[in-house]
Design a protein. Structure first.
Length: 71
């Protein structure tokens, strides 16, 4: 694929995702009685990802420390 087409498609997808998240939080989208606030869902997902990243770094440091103690 052409590098400029890839760049343009990426920008279009990014702007589309940002606008969809903003519109879903600003205008209260509902489907079958459920709120479709994509911005809130993305924030929850990001916080979960940060939590698991910190847990994995902590486990890595513990394993490295135990390995150093064995030597």
């Amino acid at each position: 694929m052409n590098k400029w087409l890839e760049l343009f498609a990426g920008v279009i997808l990014l702007v589309g995702a940002i606008l969809t998240a903003w519109a879903s939080s600003a205008y209260s989208w509902f489907l079958f009685g459920k709120d479709l606030n994509f911005l809130h869902s993305a924030w929850i997902f990001l916080k979960g990802g940060v939590f698991w990243f910190v847990i994995m770094i902590a486990l890595l440091l513990i394993l490295l420390g135990v390995n150093d103690l064995r030597e």
